[in-house]
Design a protein around this ligand. Structure first.
Ligand SMILES: Nc1ncnc2c1ncn2[C@@H]1O[C@H](COP(=O)(O)OP(=O)(O)OP(=O)(O)O)[C@@H](O)[C@H]1O
Ligand SMILES: [Mg+2]
Length: 508
């Protein structure tokens, strides 16, 4: 492995953003032919920045880049592509109304490859997509394959993937990894940015860990383990388990009765679900993404229409009430997509109080205008308490790293002292340190007597945090169980559509 040919060498890379943020402080990186290279690091460590530089999207402030031994000065992404380097970004950028084929060949000037050629490529890589289907009808997993195929047709030798598994189901992830292995066999170099140590251990050959703009180390994956990687990442021991003291559960805080909810494409996404969440408990909902969890959450938050059934908050029927009314009754909502919860072009300060403005009178001054001093005061408190990395309070939220945006949403929603917390994928895209922090916070909320409804496709998370949990499959629950009394395997089967009764019956 170590004798492999060097394809890319990045030397002493420094990046200072125009607003003065120092994202990289002298980073060295070596990429070899035919390796899968993991890039690991906390939120804001500089992973995306480093790869944007390598793919020609932004320029380094200082430092040198060598591609196949030749020093280069990358002018733009097209230039990087011509040298064989391509990046698939976190937020995919395809034209929704084009077919898969049209998207794949988009931008190719001369000699557009025909469908048979693309089909051959799909066969040899396992990256299968329906070429004639309109892209907006395709799942995120398929769209991602389109982006990768697009790069491969441009003959990239170095393929950079920024958190490619964040929105994939476990099955899609497995398929992606299979394809990545076959690309590696063909001699491609793959850079995989992820927070998931499990994935790093599963698929990479080497891993480079970044912390606060510096390389902590580059190691052979075979010579390391999850504890060591976690420690390198955050610079201290990480406790991967959470202490959960027993609490006495209180009254019913949230009650869902035979709820039916519309999907975006017509038909029912939620097909009759009933459960309740009590004060002082975390009720978890596990399941492969896309089984109605998001629609269920949106119905509870009041942003999606209910077809049938009732939602009760603190004993009051809120099914017909607006989101605003539900918020002022003590509901907090952390949506799965932080772009719903944030106004990207607005400042950090404004976003810190976005859902508070509705009812917090201190934010409005005697003249009836927003009080900027008070907004700033609250924003400062939030940033400090939740350790959010920002450059200035007036910077637009979109300049924050993904993880810091997420911390802002979670911090904002939890610090409102809500009575019912609806958290959907609250730790998605967060590094181990921040994940640990937010999980602790949810447990703390529960210990303080709040009702927490946790919807997550991270099985470790749901099983580790919940007092009771349901598994959702195809719009229904396959069971409500005590997470301490089921095995991961049983939950896995429930996620695949088996009811707990069926599973236990089969076994006995
Ligand atoms: N356009 C920008 N302007 C100013 N600062 C930026 C910009 N983009 C990123 N940053 C800052 O640079 C630092 C590194 O960000 P980067 O996005 O590279 O981190 P990351 O390791 O990819 O984090 P995450 O895991 O959260 O995606 C962060 O402090 C971030 O706030
Ligand atoms: Mg990033």
């Amino acid at each position: 492995m170590s004798s492999r040919e060097l394809v890319v060498l990045m030397k002493d890379i420094v990046k200072v953003y125009p607003d003065g943020t120092v994202a990289l402080r002298g980073v060295n990186l070596e990429l070899k032919r035919g390796e899968i290279h993991g890039l690991l690091g906390e939120n804001g460590a500089g992973k995306t920045t480093l790869m944007k530089i390598l793919s020609g999207l932004i320029k380094p402030t200082r430092g040198e880049i060598y591609v196949k031994g030749k020093k280069v000065s990358l002018k733009n992404p097209a230039h990087a592509l011509s040298l064989g380097i391509g990046m698939v970004h976190q937020h995919l950028s395809l034209v929704p109304v084009f077919t898969a084929y049209e998207n794949i060949v988009l931008g190719l000037k001369n000699m557009k490859p025909g469908k048979t050629e693309i089909e051959k490529l799909m066969d040899s890589t396992g990256l299968k997509v329906p070429l004639d289907e309109v892209t907006e009808n395709l799942s995120l997993g398929v769209r991602q394959r389109i982006e990768i195929l697009k790069m491969l047709l441009r003959n990239v030798d170095v393929l950079i993937l920024d958190e490619p598994t964040t929105n994939l189901s476990p099955i899609e992830t497995r398929e992606l990894f299979k394809s990545l292995r076959s690309l590696k066999e063909q001699g491609k170099t793959i850079v995989l940015i992820t927070h998931k140590i499990r994935e790093i251990l599963e698929i990479t050959d080497r891993v480079t860990v970044l912390r606060k703009g510096r390389v902590v180390g580059s190691v052979e994956t075979n010579n390391t383990n999850s504890r060591e990687l976690a420690r390198m990442m955050v610079g201290r021991e990480v406790i991967l388990e959470i202490d959960k003291p027993p609490v006495r559960v209180g009254e019913v805080a949230l009650e869902i009765e035979d709820l039916h909810v519309m999907s975006d494409v017509g038909g029912e996404a939620v097909k009759g679900v009933s459960f309740d969440v009590r004060y002082g408990e975390i009720f978890g909902i596990a399941g492969v993404e896309g089984n109605g969890q998001v629609e269920l959450a949106e119905a509870i938050a009041g942003i999606r229409r209910v077809l049938k059934g009732r939602i009760l908050l603190g004993g009051k029927d809120v099914t017909q009430l607006s989101t605003r009314e539900r918020y002022s009754m003590g509901l907090s909502y952390i949506p799965e997509d932080r772009r719903i919860a944030l106004a990207m072009d607005m400042s950090v300060a404004e976003n810190s109080v976005l859902t508070r403005i509705i009812y917090d009178k201190t934010l409005v001054n005697k003249m009836g205008f927003l009080s900027f001093n008070e907004i700033l005061r609250q924003a400062m408190k939030l940033v400090k308490e939740f350790d959010i990395v920002i450059s200035t309070f007036s910077s637009p939220v979109r300049t924050l790293s993904g993880g810091n945006q997420q911390k802002l949403v979670v911090g904002r929603e939890l610090s409102r002292e809500p009575s019912v917390i609806l958290a959907v994928q609250p730790t998605r895209g967060l590094d181990v340190g921040a994940t640990e922090y937010i999980r602790r916070l949810l447990v703390k909320m529960r210990n303080k007597g709040k009702a927490v409804l946790l919807i997550s496709s991270d099985l470790d998370e749901v099983m580790g945090l919940s007092d009771r949990m349901a598994v959702m499959y195809n719009g229904r629950f396959t069971g409500i169980v005590d997470p301490r009394k089921v095995t991961e395997e049983e939950v896995g089967l429930m996620m695949g559509g088996y009811s707990i009764e069926e599973i236990r019956h089969e076994v006995n």
